[in-house]
Structures are given as C-alpha cells and as structure tokens.
Design a protein. Structure first.
Length: 147
C-alpha cells in the first residue's frame, strides 16, 4: 500500500536534491534549497521587517531549526541581522549583496524546475493537485498535529 506521507516526503527530498545539483547551487556550494527559499521569502517581503519568527512560521519550522539555518546563512555571508527600533530584543533579517546575486543566478533554474515538474499535466490536474495538498494540510492542522 502506498503512503501519502512517504510520497510527499520523497517528492520534497527529490526537489531539494534536484535544486542542490543545479549549476547555480553547485557554483554556490554554501547554499541549500531551503536557504534559497528563505532568501526568496526575505526578498519578497523586503519592504517590511522580516523577523526570524516570520521565517519559522512561513516554513513551519521549529525556532531552533530556523535559528541554525539563519546562523549558517549569516556565517556564509548571505544574510545579516540588525536591531529593530521597536524592540531591541528582536532582530530583523536582511539579505546581503551576495544573496541577491545568488537569487538571480538560481531564479532561471528554479523556474525551469517548476516547468519540469508540471510537464505533461494539464491545468485541471495542476489545480486538483493544489486542492488535494490544501485539504491534506488543513486535515493535519485540524487534528492539532501542526508543529
């Protein structure tokens, strides 16, 4: 019997490994697929203060996991943290010039991967996929299993 959880996890790992092996990611060995997604999130929300807790919430990660990823990104020169005026205990996360360059280099490859993933699927199949994924996410949230 096939297991949905296994298939979802397998697909997520396959996407991550595929991204990690693209030329842009190979050229920039200090970045992972998750780090790229975080860069994209920070970039899309650059007009406001992006906090560590925002990133954790967006990707449903533990605070400690988010902190470890951001520590690595900071060490590798992809982000920097700075105080926010309204709360000295809180730091906003911003992108460095290096992260912006990497984002642009990887953008084309991400777009191609997205196209490859839906190759051979029609619009109805894609829409059905999104509906099923949303229902599964809601089922998990409704059961209180959301981390």
């Amino acid at each position: 019997m096939r297991r949905i959880g296994f298939e979802v996890r397998y697909l997520a790992n396959l996407i991550t490994k595929t991204l990690d092996n693209t030329p842009a990611f190979q050229k920039n060995k200090n970045i992972t697929g998750m780090q790229y997604f975080i860069i994209g999130y920070i970039f899309k929300n650059r007009e406001k203060d992006v906090l560590q807790k925002d990133i954790a919430k967006m990707y449903h990660m533990q605070k400690s996991t988010t902190s470890q990823i951001l520590d690595t990104m900071e060490k590798n020169g992809l982000i920097y943290r700075e105080d926010v005026e309204y709360d000295k205990r809180t730091k906003k996360v911003s992108l460095t010039d290096l992260a912006l360059v990497i984002k642009e280099e990887a953008k084309k490859e991400i777009t191609q991967l997205e196209a490859d993933m839906v190759q051979g699927l029609n619009e109805n199949e894609i829409e059905c996929f999104y509906k099923v994924i949303e229902k599964i996410k809601q089922n998990i949230k409704d059961k209180g299993k959301n981390i």
